[in-house]
Design a protein around this ligand. Sequence first.
Ligand SMILES: Cc1cc2nc3c(=O)[nH]c(=O)nc-3n(C[C@H](O)[C@H](O)[C@H](O)COP(=O)(O)OP(=O)(O)OC[C@H]3O[C@@H](n4cnc5c(N)ncnc54)[C@H](O)[C@@H]3O)c2cc1C
Length: 803
Amino acid sequence: MSLPTHARIVIVGGGIAGCSTAYHLSRMGEADVLLLEQGKLTCGTTWHAAGLIGQMRPNRTMTQMSKYGIELYAGLEAETGLATGWKQCGSVNVAATPERMKVYAKQAALARSFGVEVELIDARRAGELYPLLRTDDLVGGLWIPGDGKANPADLTMSLAKGARQRGVKVVEDIEVTGVLTEHGRVTGVRTAQGDVRCEILVNCAGQWARQFGALAGVNVPLYSAEHFYIVTDRIAGVHPMLPVMRDPDGFIYYKEEVGGLLMGGFEPQAKPWAVDPIPATFQFQLLGEDWDQFEPLMTNAMHRTPCLETAKIKMLLNGPESFTPDGNFILGEAPELHNYFVAAGFNSAGIANSGGAGRLISEWIVGGEAPTDLWEVDIRRFGAHTANRRLLSERTGETLGLHYAMRWPRHELVTARPLRTSPLYDLLAAKGAVFGAKNGWERANYFGPPSAGTVEPGLGRPGWLDWVIAEQRATRETVALYDQSSFGKLLLQGRDALVVLQRLCANEIDIAVDAMVYTALLNERGGFESDLTVIRVAAERFLIITGSAQPTRDMDWIQRHIAPAEHAFLSDVSAMSAVLSLMGPKARELLARVSPDDLSPQGLKFSHTREIDLGFARVRAARMSYVGGPGFELHVPIEMTRHVYLALTAAGSDLGLRDAGYYALDALRIEAGRRAWGAELGPDETPFEAGLAYAIKLDKPVEFIGRAALHRLQGQALRKKLVTIVLDAAEHYVWGGETVLVDGAPVGELTSAGWSPKANACVALAYLRGDAALQAHAGTRVAIDLWGDAVAATAWDRWPPAT
Ligand SMILES: Cc1cc2nc3c(=O)[nH]c(=O)nc-3n(C[C@H](O)[C@H](O)[C@H](O)COP(=O)(O)OP(=O)(O)OC[C@H]3O[C@@H](n4cnc5c(N)ncnc54)[C@H](O)[C@@H]3O)c2cc1C
């Protein structure tokens, strides 16, 4: 086919992601779509994928996505007439440790509540389902009858045929070499055969997506790793409907392939593929065998399926696949360039995920905003630092292995750290800070005693809990200092800054200079795009404080909603100031020792800020507390942070001042009922469901985004409702993500959890659905599915109850 000169939508890349996107766009009525592939369809990574297709994902949206993918694949052949190789053979997932089995139990409870059929099985049943298994050292497993497998190349060709049947043009052997832009928008693509004008571009370039993105200044942080499987000759007892089998403790998986076994895996220390740039001519190509790298998987496989000891191995396939810094794929409209969409970085699950991802990106393109909460895979979750190639290479060596690694609660990645640090990093490290990383920022999780050593991860009461409790006690009884410098800080200034914020924020922003306000940024559906605090630092200057993970996303959301004619300028000033939060009943007494300014409740009212002297420094003090109770957030110019910290710690030692970290902070905010974006709040939750109607000014004299939806929803029955859950027994430690049960049936799940000093037990926030969302809760008896055991708890609309 010759190259058209114009198409409304151009898709770059003819692997499964590109073909699924083309298929779904055409199904949504977009016929003017052109797919360009530098080689032949599937020639990149798709052709050599193993083809395992599973549906269990960690949350509701992603599970729905996978379930949809399976339904699509199951019906595609009937629709297009092209075979896909789809077989619903089910999957057996085995556990070699009791801890793995507990994780399965948690996943099973969640999967059931998401509508996926799963069955926890014992080792004997695993052996019946998969007769090649060695089972004597297994604890049990998980059987998912709806899982299956397909032939990735056939599946892709079938999707492409479905797209072509509805008018999509597919042109092969055309490399896209550039992106044309005007005024920050995509206007076309460049190829050796000429330019093609377009309104929308979708980067589905697989492992090339990073270098292709860079052509237009778009950050697509992914990096390739060598990825392996073997294929054996025929083995007795292996038949086409033999289930897929996964042994994550051995890092390996299996699938039937022409009467033999295809066995591959995810080694804990992977091998990045250091080729930069990846040549366009890498088509239907593989990398050289590396038996040393594959050996740990082979050893485990011979143990788990002894038939491999004698089976003839036909080939060791080594094909590169791209991985991302957090192991989740990348979807959405790039914050750097309007109408530039990305669907790439599939972390070795692109066959399973592309059916759903193709639909989601198409809905995003056609609908103009993300159709549902896609934060986990949203391209805006990455900071600019993730474009660094050494970071990506080292992180890829780690994230490949995450696929099957035992994910202990509060698991932290270890590569490419420390990177973004507050000026206090070394001081806090010397005081025993144990850091976690968020968006590249090092943040103290807790402070351990010098003798602490490494705390072993586990599923029960954590080894660090006593130290966290001491930090919580200081916060509630004396005073604690939290370094929250990783907060995102955005500055919006200009004659129209107020107009812009009034349009975006659901709360009243026309506040006095120096006042601050907590507000939601809502989408047209009335869901939370963000929640943040705004300080009016001058009549036409607003400082916006947002979560550490959100600056790119919030910048994008705000920037997108500034009209070209408006005089409003947004900058990311996160790196210019630190935030030290001084929390507790003695916070004011401590501040009075280092500042001559009046910080009494009259001198500085709640939700107000003021520039004060502190030591020799000038800082902005805000009377505000996320953890509940009295406290101040101090916004400190970055270069004075060390001085301010030393002044505070010197003055506070006899008041019981203690450094405290994010584990204490998070648990205390849960205890205080404070919601967090990304946990309780997201694009699919409304202020009514989240119990935050008080922070919405529906009658504000200015129209704001989401108001019409809220008016429609007002007074209607809630689909879900946020409640506080309090565990009965101190020995039960919950982490978040557990299923809530009423009379044994799932009614919701915990969004976040932590230790409450007030309850002397764990507290959690949870969304309850169905009837449970309609009832009042003042101590309703519920149970939590904790690693497969139902443990007793109570649910509260308001906790602690008013006495
Ligand atoms: C060994 C192995 C086993 C795997 N097993 C599984 C599995 O069992 N289940 C599963 O779900 N996933 C599996 N995967 C992962 C899966 O193969 C990938 O996630 C998926 O194929 C990625 O699809 P894609 O469309 O994003 O990329 P690709 O298939 O690589 O497609 C991208 C296309 O873009 C083209 N392109 C790039 N740049 C340009 C340009 N400038 N102009 C024009 N065209 C361009 C490329 O030529 C390529 O064809 C496996 C991967 C490997 C390596």
